[in-house]
Design a protein around this ligand. Structure first.
Ligand SMILES: Nc1ncnc2c1ncn2[C@@H]1O[C@H](COP(=O)(O)OP(=O)(O)O)[C@@H](O)[C@H]1O
Ligand SMILES: [Mg+2]
Length: 324
């Protein structure tokens, strides 16, 4: 690497064509709150990789350094067909990097921005793959904490039965001690708040069920075209996650079987205890609802207002409010 163009001295876009550690940077593929991701060539093995570099201005921030290092270890520890494999992580010239499989395709954020709501079959296929990745992470005692469309990479699948192969990436928020509130108190970028679970907001302990909530927000968006809560400012959005009832998806997608609303309501329950116990249990219930099967394993103690039957002239069920 030329000394006057080291990554810590250069703007990220200035790195194209340069060598970082053993990698030659080919082009920028995306950037998030704490890193820039490049397509690069591993010069030792002559293979294409995705090279993630910590934003230079954050490299000296201990919190971010720890999170970045932890992300690489966590992701490398899990061998799963729907989790992006990590090849190497390290530090060069004061810049932290992580090399992982380059996933040709788009992330779900771009897909939704371009194509809008997805067909229910596509949405459930994608959800099932992300769910299996998350449940595997949970089996390793790891909580992802940042499930969002930008962290779901959609590559071409193998055949018409599997039109897409989905990878979950970015375990940067998995460290249990780095709570959402921890990040906000140091005044750093947290990322989108569209998918964050109520217990993450209030700083309560989180487990895999916070990923159930976030996955449900993502599934909701793939069906409705937007996340469950859309508010003008962050405070209102955080409030909505904690206290507001998500609007029924069937209001925006009349083609959906009515049972889908109840499944999403359960996955989006404010209390983790009221949610599905795993991501795959959520997706199984979603699939059953889509084909109109009654959900056998679970009956809601208090169905959301939109799901309850209305008997003309009959008494209002106790404890339930009438919605306009
Ligand atoms: N392994 C990968 N292969 C291809 N593209 C990737 C890979 N990892 C990340 N990307 C792309 O880089 C973008 C930025 O990633 P990241 O820094 O994690 O930010 P964010 O997750 O907030 O979007 C992602 O949205 C994705 O489009
Ligand atoms: Mg990411």
């Amino acid at each position: 690497m030329a000394h006057d163009t080291g990554p810590h001295a250069a703007r990220p876009s200035g790195l194209v064509g340069k060598q970082v550690a053993g990698y030659r940077i080919e082009r920028e593929v995306g950037r998030g709150g704490m890193a820039v991701v490049y397509r690069a060539k591993d010069l030792r093995l002559d293979r294409t990789v995705a090279l993630k570099l910590l934003a230079p201005e954050l490299a000296r921030n201990d919190t971010f350094r720890k999170r970045f290092t932890y992300e690489s270890r966590v992701a490398a520890a899990i061998d799963h067909p729907h989790i992006v494999p990590v090849f190497e992580a390290g530090e060069t010239d004061g810049v932290l990097y992580i090399a992982m499989r380059y996933v040709a395709g788009r992330d779900l954020r771009h897909l939704l921005d371009k194509e809008g709501p997805l067909a229910i079959t596509t949405a459930t296929r994608i959800a099932a793959q992300v769910a299996s990745a998350l449940d595997a992470a949970h089996d390793h005692g790891l909580v992802h904490r940042d499930v969002k469309p930008g962290n779901i990479l959609v590559a071409a699948g193998t055949d018409s039965d599997h039109p897409e192969h989905v990878y979950l990436t970015d375990f940067g928020l998995t460290k249990k001690s780095l709570s959402l509130t921890g990040f906000t108190t140091v005044g750093q970028f947290v990322g989108t708040l569209d998918y964050v679970a109520p217990e993450q907001i209030s700083g309560r302990p989180v487990d895999g069920r916070c990923d159930v909530y976030s996955l449900a927000c993502v599934v909701y968006e793939t069906l409705a075209g937007g996340p469950p809560f859309q508010r003008d400012d962050d405070m209102a959005l955080l409030w909505a996650h904690q206290y507001d009832v998500p609007p029924a998806v069937s209001g925006q997608r009349p083609d959906l079987a009515p049972g889908v609303d109840g499944v999403l309501a359960k996955a989006l329950a404010k209390s983790p205890d009221d949610r599905y116990g795993s991501c795959l249990a959520f997706v199984a219930a979603l699939r059953a609802a889509v084909v109109g099967e009654p959900e056998r394993a679970w009956a809601p103690p208090l169905p959301p207002a939109w799901a309850r039957p209305v008997f003309p002239g009959g008494p209002e069920p106790e404890g339930r409010e009438r919605l306009p």
